[in-house]
Write a protein that binds this ligand. Structure first.
Ligand SMILES: Nc1ncnc2c1ncn2[C@@H]1O[C@H](COP(=O)(O)OP(=O)(O)OP(=O)(O)O)[C@@H](O)[C@H]1O
Length: 699
């Protein structure tokens, strides 16, 4: 709650209603505005900016920071404005600042393409010059960025520089990037990565975000061989994650991409939420449609998979539940390869939604994704080896109904944190060598390379023998990812197709390791629950998983749910939540050999407050999609039937050669073949003796 009090000069201290008329008359004049944002009251001097026709679109400019916000119609006429900043930030048009400010920004060294489109994001800051940094090594490679370790020569400290990929000639692309900056500037919490500044120049076409340097990310730590997390350590990480999320949510920010590689950890055990590239402002009281194509697939809640466009904090809580499960089991708990498989895994673990849910939520893809039969919830059984308080928190966070997931604040008060063993102090955590997702990827690449060399040598040795074996089965399964063996210390046989959920304690491998098991029965449970599929680590960082179709730059070809489309489930991979799509991406035509069943999906109404989101989707190809949910149940663990990227069997190169003809026919065919050869050589001899030229086509 907040209120606009009065004009500073004329009506100081006298409250005045915000009517169209009063604001109109105050145009260009100063207002003193009190804003109450959660527990904190902010004061600023505001100036009315513009009125647009009869449609009241009133922007107020904060004179202190030059930030602006736009009043919604329903706020006009009220003295009290709740969280006014939300109105600005959900509206991409308000990244702009007045021309005069733009001029000042350019004079301060900002490039005009940035100032003209996203002036608000850089307001009050001065760009840092690239030559005050010494770039060291590359420490992160995302879909949308490359992250470097660097030395800030001016301040003599190590920082992380994130070079964001965007097209500076495309205002939408710039605004999208600017939103990340704007969001980061609004957040201030020990468990949220701090944006310290920006590097660019008037003539530069690129932009670097300067962050405090963090030695690890949770994904990197998890995949480091030999690292075992204790119960207090799991609680310590979860406490920090939920505290950071609580701060985001209380400031009206949804992260929308909580996953291990976005949870950074420093050498003092402090966890910070990073990567706000998919984050968005939201206002629980004035819900506006948002895209459902967010959150990396394995951490994406069912409502988003079902196409929800009105959602809130519960999406981040679901992802946190996945992280908690992962901390215990030592590996991702819902590693789907396609959206349909993801939903299937969710239903198998969390139960399928109730009749009420389908009726109440009316989700766009409900008719398409509704499973043919009901699934029983099996979280308690699946995690029965783990402390009951932890399982209860997993149960809450992984509720199918978003309303049942509670809030980050309520999770922080749960028995998980109030019963022993308590969360440990971050500073007491073990010190690890630098561990980043990129390190584990490099390790995995090396393993794969070694595997390939070994494979070639092996092939050379056995090649002659193989050639003499007609009808031999050549199986090449691109889904078998050598990283599996790195991460899990298992599946040395690359043709294996079954997922075994080894208990971390039994299997001394990398991952989140906690309690010793009492027995091994859960391993079987996990096998059962997870359908025997090989899992791949979803990543924003390019197609390390062979066979998963990611376009150039590692971006998924996103066919967002907005638009009158047909759904192609073989194509609905969505491991990555796409932010932009190149024209090249759009031209790619995936081949699917799956049986086709097409369904029309209605285009949801897009809010004007969500123009940025919708424009991103407008750019994307809206080609037909195909769906067959039932196939998942029939898949019996075979990855052939789940073809991310829609490449189908052909591109997976699964050749099953074998006797094509009955043996009696074969004898006859060989005899005929022999006869023809003899006939040809006889005619060739005759031709030669006649001095004529042998013509192969002669009969
Ligand atoms: N402040 C930092 N300190 C150290 N490493 C960092 C920092 N920020 C990011 N990284 C590393 O870079 C990786 C990629 O960063 P980030 O997630 O922000 O980029 P992205 O392009 O959005 O990636 P993604 O495709 O996963 O969304 C992280 O997983 C992390 O390992």
């Amino acid at each position: 709650m907040g209120c606009i009090c009065s004009k500073t000069s004329a009506v100081e201290d006298s409250r005045e209603d915000l009517t169209k008329k009063s604001l109109s008359s105050q145009r260009g004049s100063e207002l003193r505005v009190s804003r109450l944002n959660s527990s904190k009251r902010n004061e600023g001097i505001w100036e009315t900016d513009k009125l647009v026709g009869n449609d009241v679109k009133i922007s107020l400019i904060d004179k202190k920071t030059n930030g602006s916000f736009q009043l919604r119609d329903d706020q006009v006429g009220n003295k009290e404005i709740e969280k006014p900043e939300l109105a600005v930030l959900n509206n991409p048009g308000l990244g702009k600042v007045p021309k005069a400010v733009e001029g000042e920004q350019v004079a301060a060294g900002w490039p005009s393409w940035l100032s003209s489109v996203a002036g608000e994001a850089i307001n009050g800051w001065i760009p840092r010059s690239a030559n005050t940094f010494e770039r060291l090594n590359r420490i992160g490679q995302g879909t949308y960025s490359t992250v470097y370790k660097a030395r800030d020569v001016t301040h003599q400290k190590i920082v992380a520089l994130k070079r964001v990929r965007f097209d500076n000639l495309d205002p939408e692309s710039v605004k999208f990037m600017a939103r990340e900056i704007l969001l980061l500037r609004r957040l201030d919490h020990p468990n949220i990565i701090k944006l310290e500044g920006l590097i660019t120049s008037q003539t530069s076409h690129s932009l670097y975000l300067i962050f405090e340097y963090m030695e690890h990310d949770l994904s990197g730590l998890a995949s480091r061989p030999g690292i075992k997390f204790s119960e207090p350590q799991v609680k310590c990480y979860m406490q920090q994650l939920l505290s950071g999320l609580d701060h985001c949510h209380s400031r009206g920010v949804l992260h929308r991409d909580i996953k291990g590689s976005n949870l950074l950890i420093d050498n003092n055990g402090i966890l910070k939420i990073a990567d706000f590239g998919l984050a968005s402002f939201f206002d629980p009281d004035h819900s506006v449609p948002l895209t459902s194509r967010v959150v990396t697939l394995w951490y994406r809640p069912p409502e988003l998979l079902l196409g929800a466009t009105h959602y809130g904090v519960a999406v981040d809580l679901w992802s946190s539940g996945c992280i908690l499960g992962e901390l215990y089991t030592g590996r991702p708990i819902l590693p789907g390869k396609t959206e349909v498989e993801q939903l299937h895994r969710i239903f198998k673990l969390c139960g399928s939604p109730s009749e009420d849910y389908w009726l109440k939520e009316r989700l766009p893809h409900a008719a398409v994704f509704r499973p043919p039969h009901r699934y029983r919830r099996s979280i308690t059984e699946t995690f029965k080896e783990y402390p009951s308080v932890s399982v209860r928190l997993i149960e809450t966070l992984l509720s199918i109904d978003p309303a049942q997931r509670g809030t980050a604040a309520s999770a922080l008060k749960s028995e998980f944190f109030t019963t022993e063993p308590f969360a440990c102090d971050p500073s007491s955590l073990p010190k690890y060598p630098p561990s980043k997702e990129i390190d584990s990827k490099l390790r995995d690449e090396e393993t794969r390379r070694q595997g390939a060399i070994g494979g070639r040598e092996q092939k050379a040795r056995s090649g002659a023998r193989k050639e003499k074996e007609p009808g031999m089965t050549i199986l090449s399964n691109p889904y078998v990812d050598p990283r599996m063996s790195t991460r899990q210390g298992q599946h040395s046989n690359s043709n294996s197709q079954s997922e075994v959920f080894h208990h971390p304690h039994r299997e001394p491998v990398s991952g989140f390791l906690v309690y010793p098991p009492q027995n091994q029965s859960h391993v079987k449970d996990m096998e059962n629950n997870f359908g025997g599929h090989i899992y791949k680590r979803p990543s924003h960082s390019g197609p390390l998983v062979p066979g998963i179709q990611l376009s150039r730059g590692g971006k998924e070809v996103d066919e967002g749910p907005l638009g009158s489309n047909r759904i192609n489930l073989s194509k609905l991979s969505g491991l990555v939540s796409s932010r932009t799509t190149s024209s090249e991406d759009r031209e790619k035509k995936p081949v699917s050999l799956l049986p086709r069943k097409t369904i029309e999906v209605k285009k949801p109404v897009e809010s004007t407050n969500n123009v940025l989101e919708s424009r991103r989707h407008d750019k994307k190809r809206h080609s037909p999609r195909i769906l067959d949910f039932n196939q998942i149940d029939n898949a019996r663990g075979s990855t052939q039937e789940l073809t991310p990227g829609g490449r189908g069997y052909m591109e997976n190169k699964i050749y099953l050669s074998g006797p094509l003809l009955a043996s009696s026919n074969m004898d006859q065919m060989l005899k005929e073949h022999d006869r023809k050869i003899q006939e040809f050589s006889r005619r060739a001899r005759i031709d030669k003796s006649r001095g004529g030229k042998f013509r192969a086509h002669r009969k």
